[in-house]
Design a protein around this ligand. Sequence first.
Ligand code: PLP
Length: 465
Amino acid sequence: MQTDFRNLPSVDRLLSDERLKSLEDAYSRSLVLDAARQLLEESRLSIARGDAAPSFDTLVDSICTRVELLVQPSLVPVINATGVILHTNLGRAPLSQETMAAMELTSRGYNNLELDLETGRRGSRQVHVSSLLCRLTGAEDALVVNNNASGVLLALTALARRKEVIASRGQAVEIGGGFRIPDVMRQSGAKLVEVGTTNCTYLSDYEQAITPRTAALLRVHSSNFKIVGFTQQVALEELVQLGSQHDLLVLDDLGSGCLLDTARFGLDPEPKVQDSIAAGVGLAFFSGDKLLGGPQAGIIVGKQYLVDKLRKHPLARAVRIDKVRLAGLAVTLLHYVKQEAEQKVPVWRMISMPLAEMERRARKWTQHLSGLATVLDGESVVGGGSLPGSTLPTRLVAIKGPHKGKGQNTVQTLAARLRAQQPAVIARIEGNSLLLDPRTVPPEEDDTLLAALQNALKAVGITEN
Ligand SMILES: *Cc1c(COP(=O)(O)O)cnc(C)c1O
């Protein structure tokens, strides 16, 4: 063991290696030095555990790999074969060609973000989207912020701080990733007054909870779950009526915020932003990167005097949106204005994709997997906290794990191998099968996906039989 420690080269000797010298030239001395020190330390630890010292060449190899890994960005594209259209872990909505082009153009150089080109004076960044949003939703005014959670926080802080906000117990929800309505409420300084029961809330529940300290009635879209059976929630129109009788604001956190009619695609009806505005809410809140299909943003639409209060609040600056996403959002909204969202916005293209298309692609994929895969009937979901429990019929490509022994394990290993491909392929696992849904894979990625699949299958030893 002692000798093994002595077999380790010094840092200086390592750094004098030609490969490490060129790595230094390509990147930086400190990157290579840090990696060399780290690997020497790791080798000492493994020698202490009884392993042999690595050879000089092995050490140099490992240092190169470590440095190359470090200079690669870790946020990279993946292929989403899960069939979940809005997958929060996979970055939610993919953007339209036009949206991406606008974002690239805006990042490349200067722009008129806050300059009124007519007067030459300072303008508001909001003008680039507010009139589009008003046109699309029927609202008097609009404000766009960083994301929906910050929009809700801004509104509660600006309008209900030190006051009470009444919400149905069935809507005091957690959206996922730790966004909980009661926590957001606490953060804003407003007091949440929960009324009703988990499954049933009546108008009288809200009415009885109104006190002189009440500032608002809040509706929250339940987003990621569905209560079935004996349930009762109050219609938005009734809440608005109650609000106006008692001079209270009605705030509507729509979550996904949909502008199109989902029932046309065989889905449950998702509440539309236009309907909330028509019902007379004070403010409605929704995300830019859920069903709208644009970049991350929090969109607030509603009454002008309320939007004005939010705009002037100091927190508005802390949650403001950047120029690149603003440019992308404007172009995504224009797809709706031009009534071409279904053709241009990827989220809607996937939702409206005909079953025959998934059938054709699934057959094509299985043909390339020579007897290892079958086509099954299955379901895609919209996800992203919209349309809980509502699914779209699809065709899945299924790869079964071996029947005997560690079947489950092999399917898990296959999924892990797929994630290790470049680009990574993310699939679904159900029971003993790995499932791939063509709906969320752009057709131009078919070849890449098939190559990754073949690699991964070979690596785990699932071969033709
Ligand atoms: C998704 C969601 C949010 C959070 O929106 P982000 O844009 O992710 O901040 C808030 N409320 C509801 C009801 C949601 O579904």
